[in-house]
Design a binder for this molecule. Structure first.
Ligand code: PBG
Ligand code: ZN
Length: 326
């Protein structure tokens, strides 16, 4: 039986009918809002390659996070820009480092806000790589101790979720062991499990000042051509104790999100990364696309592919749009 008996357009006739049969809906309750924090006070510094995104000092960060929270965004993920960089990224695990200060202030002012911290070394190392070096080689095992120290430092400051983004082998296990040993058995790990070596991170590296000073990240981040390997990374991270797994970037990797979703029973997160955000903003600024509609369409596709949680720079504007506050 098909046309003229079958007419799919019948269910598209009115907005109310379309709403009744809509399969996927976005909810700000699933958004995690990435924020950049630096030292100082009163800072609200625009990131030129990410229109609408700012870098905050701790005081203005509190204002931004509380505005987001009031708009229905329940969680933030923090990226730190340190005062001082060295080969071992020591501010990453300093109790007076920028992230430790920011987490303490956020949890004091907004105890209900879920504070996720990105655990990596690239923002803190003088060479911009995500691990320690031997010459131009990024060393795996010696990096694990530093990542574990960073995770414990964040947990001590009050972080609710630890999110390692470095892509060293064994880092989830090393972090889990250290957290448990230090009394943080209840703090979950959201691992950047399938993180690709992507050109979509360009604007982020401006914002976080984390561009590698030589080479690239292809010896630790994944090859964009690989899908089965993503499932292997996810399985390994779960075996090491990850509570949630992430796919990153999101839009060019919707097939990976779908494959991971079908394979695991833990929450799946997807990172709608800086380049994905900036492309929407750039095209909208030129009037080439409707930026709001593109944003919602992109976020919906990520959810439809199977993501439970979405990390996105659009979190505030999308939440406002979805709840009719704009
Ligand atoms: C640090 C990190 C990066 C991103 C999140 N954590 C950059 C990178 O790996 O170079 C990218 C986020 C984005 O582009 O929005 N390891
Ligand atoms: Zn890194």
């Amino acid at each position: 039986m098909s046309f003229p008996i079958q007419r799919p357009r019948r269910l598209r006739r009115t907005a109310a009918l379309r709403g009744l049969v809509r399969e996927t809906s976005l909810d700000p309750a699933n958004f995690i809002y990435p924020l950049f924090v630096l030292h100082g006070s009163g800072v609200r510094e625009p990131v030129p390659s990410m229109p609408g995104v700012l870098r905050f000092s701790v005081d203005t960060l509190l204002e931004e996070a509380s505005a987001a929270f009031a708009e229905g965004v329940p969680a933030v993920i923090l990226f730190g820009i340190p005062e001082h960089k060295d080969p071992h990224g020591s501010e990453a695990y300093d109790d007076e480092g920028v992230i430790a200060l920011a987490v303490r202030a956020l949890k004091k002012a907004l105890p209900e806000l879920v504070v996720v911290t990105d655990v990596c070394l690239c923002e803190y190392t003088s060479h911009g790589h995500c691990g320690v070096l031997d010459g131009e080689r990024v060393l795996n095992d010696p990096t694990l101790d530093l990542l574990a120290r960073e995770a414990v430092c964040h947990a001590k400051a009050g972080a609710d979720v630890i999110a390692p983004s470095d892509m060293m082998d064994g880092r989830v296990g090393a972090i889990r062991t250290a957290l448990d040993r230090e009394g943080f058995a209840e703090i979950p790990i959201l691992s950047y499990a399938a993180k690709y070596a992507s050109a979509y991170y360009g604007p982020f590296r401006d914002a976080a000042e984390s561009t590698p000073s030589f080479g690239d990240r292809r010896s630790y981040q994944m090859d964009p051509a690989n899908a089965r390997e993503a499932l292997r990374e996810v399985e390994l991270d779960l075996a090491e104790g990850a509570d949630m797994v992430m796919v990153k970037p999101a839009l060019a990797y919707l097939d990976i999100i779908r494959a991971v979703r079908e394979r695991v029973n833990v929450p799946v997160a997807a990172y709608n990364v800086s380049g994905e955000y900036s492309m929407v903003k750039a095209a909208a600024q030129d009037g080439w696309v409707d930026g709001d509609r593109l944003m919602i369409e992109n976020l919906t596709s990520i959810k439809r592919a199977g993501a439970d949680l979405i990390l996105t720079y659009h979190a505030r504007e999308a939440a406002r749009l979805l709840t009719g506050k704009r």
